[in-house]
Each structure stands twice: as C-alpha cells, then as structure tokens.
Design a protein around this ligand. Structure first.
Ligand code: E4P
Length: 217
C-alpha cells in the first residue's frame, strides 16, 4: 500500500517527503485556494519537483472538451502530473480521450462502486472514493473502497483505488485492510499516525533513567 499526501502546501509536502513515507500528492481546488498568492501552474510545478511520484491536479471545466484542453496544458507541466477529473458523463468522456493519449487520470468525487466501475471502464488510472464525506452523511465510506478493490481484482482491471477524504488514522488502517492501493492523507492525519502516547512516555522514561546514571556516575 502507498500513501499520498492530500495537500497543496509546499512546507507540508517537503516535510512529509523528508520522512520517506509518501509516494505522491493529491490536490483539489479547495486545497489550492488555501495557498494564497500562488499561481496554479507554478504551484503544480513546484509540487512535482518535490515528489517523484504522481501529483494530481484538478481541472475546473465541467464539459468534456474543456476538461481535455485544461488536462493537456496541466500534463505538459511535468511528467508526474495526473489529471483529476470529476466523476460524471462529461468526466468519463474526457477520461476516454486522455487515456488514449496516455495522460494519467484520477477520477474524483466518486461516491459509489458503480461510479468507480464506470471510471475504470473509461480508462481511469486511479479512482478516488471519498470515504469521509460518505461517513459524514451516515454511510460507510470504506465499503465503497472495499467494493472497488474487489471489483477491480475480480476482473483484472488495472485502475488503482485511492481512498480519499481521509479524516483520521483509523480510516487509513481500514483502507489498508480493504486492500486500497493508496490512501491520500492530510498532513495532520499523517503526523498523528506517527504518534503514540506510549512511545512518547517510553522516550521520556529512557531519557530520565539515562540521566540518573549520568548524575550517579
Ligand atoms: C482527494 O483526492 C480529495 O480531494 C480529498 O481527499 C477530499 O477530502 P475532503 O472530503 O476532506 O475535502
């Protein structure tokens, strides 16, 4: 399983990359809007330079032709750019065209296994079921992740499942158990995954015991 970082913040990407645990980055217009003052193409280029793996950049157009046009421009920015396309019939058309041009795509805003299946059939490289947003409205978001993993494995489909809209470390564990190829994780969640109160307590005790030897000696 791989972890992507779900952010457009350069400091967060730089720090997480230094830990050696992230294989890619996903952004979306909401995350990009938080990075005030950065022009979108320049931001995408900076992110692609910080990570070797796939960097998802989302199109804004809502019609297939517009999505394809934006996608070609974004894809030309760096070889590791992946085009994030919103799910829907226009999105599917765009994915079909982009896939024929060998431009990698990540179909986003997937909330059902049926949507994910259509995206894969259209040629998506990745599909992103939004676990957290489904949980928010009383569904089990991880069910969609697990269903898509099972369907793609059953039929030998190459499309990879990115568990998205991850809200807490348990979501990451559940995504791993469900067989998700990737989970895309906000920086705060990634940091919490590294922490454990017993680890901190253990370090403090080791330090205190070591210190007591030094003073006695
Ligand atoms: C990633 O691809 C998604 O855009 C992101 O995980 C959405 O997360 P949110 O539901 O917390 O906005």
């Amino acid at each position: 399983m791989q972890l992507f970082l779900d952010t457009a913040n350069l400091s967060e990407i730089e720090e997480a990359a230094s830990w050696g645990v992230i294989s890619g980055v996903t952004t979306n217009p909401t995350l990009v809007a938080k990075e005030k003052g950065m022009e979108f193409s320049a931001l995408v280029q900076k992110i692609t330079a910080l990570v070797d793996g796939p960097v998802s950049a989302e199109v804004i157009a809502i019609d297939a032709a517009g999505m394809v046009k934006e996608a070609r421009t974004l894809a030309a920015l760096a070889k590791n750019v992946v085009i994030k396309i919103p799910m829907g019939t226009e999105g599917l058309q765009a994915v079909k065209v982009l896939s024929s041009e060998n431009i990698a795509t990540n179909v986003t805003l997937v909330f059902s296994p049926q949507q994910g299946l259509l995206a894969a059939l259209a040629g998506a490289t990745y599909v992103s079921p939004f676990a957290g947003r489904l949980d928010d409205i009383g569904h089990d978001g991880l069910d969609v992740v697990a269903d898509l993993v099972e369907i793609f494995e059953s039929y030998g489909m190459d499309t990879q499942v990115i568990a998205a809209s991850i809200r807490h470390p348990l979501h990451v564990l559940e995504s791993a158990r469900a067989g998700a190829h990737i989970a895309t994780v906000p920086f705060g969640v990634l940091k919490r995954m590294a922490d454990h109160p017993l680890t901190e307590q253990g370090i403090q005790r080791f330090l205190a015991d070591w210190e007591s030897i030094q003073t006695k000696g």
